[in-house]
Design a binder for this molecule. Structure first.
Ligand SMILES: [Zn+2]
Length: 203
């Protein structure tokens, strides 16, 4: 394990994947610079509450980026109903992150994408191509260490790192139909999280 402090920007939403990544990077000795995006998502308030829990716990400040509401999207994340996918959302987020990292001389950007979602803006090819853009423009590298994993792998990784599984579930939000901090209980993310609770309580 390296004891050299390195700086990294992290796309941070208060969701499970990015929270596990945040813990992972801190454990590896990184000084992290989280970017939290507000883009009109229904769960903005809930995400902020959850994100604040971990930022306070780890004593880190995040940089909030307020974007105009993406009211053109057909995604439930903003509209309350519709598709799960938010059109090209991560192209937008990573573009801001590249500029922020370059301006602040931060050499790496980390994201908690899990490629097994099969969204076009979280898969391994997307990460490779955005990394090419970023290294060309600014020399900043984009890394997505979980990009070949599914959500189960991320949760198992958290437990392997010694994170408290219940604390993680209670203080993260990952639901495309969430409003404030009320989740739907029925989408794939909500069902997976119910499963993880049963893993822990069965142990
Ligand atoms: Zn849900």
């Amino acid at each position: 394990m390296s004891n050299i402090t390195k700086d990294a920007v992290i796309l941070y939403s208060g969701g499970m994947d990015s929270t596990v990544l945040l813990h992972d990077l801190l454990k590896q000795g990184y000084r992290v610079h989280p970017l939290f995006f507000s883009y009109g998502q229904g769960a903005t308030f809930g995400e902020k509450v959850k994100a604040s829990y971990w930022l306070t716990k780890y004593n880190i400040n995040a940089h909030l980026i307020f974007l105009p509401k993406m009211d053109w999207t057909s995604s439930s994340t903003v509209k309350g109903s519709g598709t799960e996918y938010v059109e090209a959302r991560n192209v937008i987020f990573l573009s801001y992150a590249m500029s922020y990292a370059e301006a602040n001389k931060i050499p790496e950007i980390y994201t908690g994408f899990i490629g097994l979602n099969y969204y076009p803006d979280t898969d391994p090819l997307f990460v490779k191509m955005m990394n090419e853009v970023s290294t060309h423009v600014s020399g900043v590298q984009i890394k997505a260490p979980y990009v070949r994993w599914g959500k189960d792998d991320v949760f198992q990784h958290a437990l392997n790192m010694g994170m408290d599984g219940l604390e993680l579930l209670d203080n993260t939000i990952s639901c495309n139909l969430a409003f404030n901090d009320i989740t739907c209980g029925e989408c794939p993310d909500c069902l997976a999280r119910a499963d993880y609770r049963s893993w822990i309580t069965a142990e």
